[in-house]
Design a protein. Structure first.
Length: 479
């Protein structure tokens, strides 16, 4: 109900336009029906040239005007969803039915009987359409799931430069959805063609039944023309109304699954490109954590190949420093230079190729372990990365199966994230408390593997545990 209120609040002007157009269409339908009766009954049948001349231009004008009105109301209402269109169709149905009853009570009655017959005749087709719509919903959910999964992990995707992998994954889901939509559209078109056939046959049957089973033997030519014109219009309006009701209710599952997302702030990027890392210099750096607190980062100079252990109280904002280095947060004062160039002047793509990070509480994607690690890239050292991250047991249990966040433990997900980071072969390996979910013995072993296998790489590690501190060249404390 709230959705309807919001819809009408945002589209009340367009709703009024469509309702007015529908009422005007109905008004001119009455005039047209009367003019047609005069034109055929008096003009054609009695060969009254004056009557023909007086009415032919009016009838022609009314046909053109109603055609324009119908196009206008259809365009506006289809653009502003089926809710307005349903009201428009219902008004048309009532008007056309009234005109038919005005000509003959039995014509109106037989036209009404045609409605359940139409439903009965097309019930099998509608079932197929419902099946296709369910498949369409299923494919839509898969696409939504992949999209939401990507959006939830957008920070990880950015820093891994894994855009192509996720775009290709979403594109495949979109192709599957498109195929389901096409099948549904074919069934919908078939149903419409069948209804078109019924619309052509019913007026003839109604006129025949009137003449066969009532006392109206000599029904006038004008009335026959009007019935033959307005019965299809009535049935067409009903078909449109019925279709829109089906569309409205079938869209409910989609409406329930819609989530509101904040508009993402556009990232700013420098123009300078870097391919290698030599030195990181930080001076007078203050990061704005919130409106009440700034985090001061000690001045530092880190050379290529150095292993740095970053410590500090829990919750003080150590991860914020990494977010700044990765250009995920630009809300800071002071100077950060890479190879003597200010961070703000360097392109985001270059930074995220040089810096690779393993996040705390990282999630995995609904895919195989291999695809989760490589993210669409090729790496001949995959087997070695699995050993470094101690993922042999996880791979053995889930070899070619798809994994997700629900079937893996926190420690398993964090190890996959470590391997994912290393697979990118960054110049600076950043580890943001990524191994808090594993025991100290395993954490020490994994750190040892990383340090021994990537001796020429710079490593920046945030950790609460001091058991691995002796592997690093120096410690930087953040207060």
């Amino acid at each position: 109900m709230n959705s309807l209120k919001i819809f009408f609040k945002n589209n009340y002007f367009n709703t009024i336009i469509v309702l007015i157009l529908s009422l005007i269409t109905g008004f001119f339908s009455f005039i047209l029906s009367e003019k047609l009766k005069i034109f055929f009954n008096t003009g054609i049948m009695n060969n009254d040239v004056q009557t023909i001349q007086n009415n032919i231009f009016i009838i022609f004008f009314l046909f053109i005007f109603m055609f324009i009105l119908n196009i206008s109301s259809s365009r506006v209402s289809s653009f502003y969803t089926s809710i307005i269109f349903m009201v428009s169709r219902l008004i048309e149905m009532i008007i056309y039915l009234y005109i038919i009853f005005k000509i003959s009570f039995y014509a109106g009655l037989f036209s009404l009987i045609a409605i359940p017959l139409t439903l009965l005749f097309t019930i099998g087709i509608k079932k197929k359409m419902a099946d296709y719509q369910m498949k369409m919903l299923e494919k839509s959910r898969e696409l939504s799931s992949s999209t939401i999964e990507s959006l939830d992990s957008i920070k990880n995707i950015k820093v891994k430069n894994a855009y192509d992998y996720f775009l290709n994954k979403i594109e495949k889901k979109n192709i599957n959805l498109t195929n389901a939509v096409v099948k549904s559209a074919i069934a919908e078109n078939y149903w419409q063609y069948m209804n078109g056939l019924i619309n052509s046959i019913v007026p003839i049957l109604v006129i025949y039944l009137i003449m066969k089973f009532t006392n109206i033997i000599n029904i006038s030519t004008g009335n026959i023309i009007i019935l033959y014109s307005f019965i299809p219009l009535f049935l067409s309006s009903f078909k449109g109304f019925y279709s829109l009701i089906m569309q409205f209710f079938s869209s409910k599952p989609f409406l329930k699954s819609i989530k509101e997302y904040d508009i993402l702030k556009r990232e700013t990027s420098g123009n300078t490109k870097l391919n290698t890392f030599e030195e990181l210099t930080v001076k007078d750096l203050k990061i704005n954590i919130n409106s009440e607190r700034d985090l001061k980062i000690p001045d530092m100079k880190i050379k290529k190949g150095e292993k740095i252990f970053i410590s500090g109280e829990s919750g003080i904002g150590k991860s914020s420093f990494f977010n700044v280095l990765l250009k995920l947060n630009s809300n800071y004062d002071g100077s950060i230079k890479i190879n003597g160039i200010e961070l703000k002047d360097i392109s985001n793509e270059s930074i995220r190729k040089l810096f690779g990070i393993s996040f705390q509480n990282a999630a995995v994607f609904s895919d195989t372990i291999e695809n989760n690690i490589l993210l669409g890239k090729s790496n001949k050292k995959l087997e070695n990365l699995i050993k470094i991250s101690q993922l042999e047991d996880v791979l053995k249990r889930n070899n070619s199966k798809k994994i997700n966040n629900n079937i893996l433990s926190g420690g398993e997900k964090s190890r996959i994230n470590i391997a994912q980071n290393l697979a990118n072969e960054p110049e600076i390996i950043m580890i943001d408390e990524s191994l808090t979910s594993v025991d100290e013995k395993m954490e020490y072993s994994i750190f040892e593997n990383i340090v021994n296998n990537f001796k020429d790489k710079t490593i920046l590690c945030i950790s609460h545990r001091n058991s691995s501190k002796d592997m690093f060249d120096k410690e930087i404390k953040i207060f």
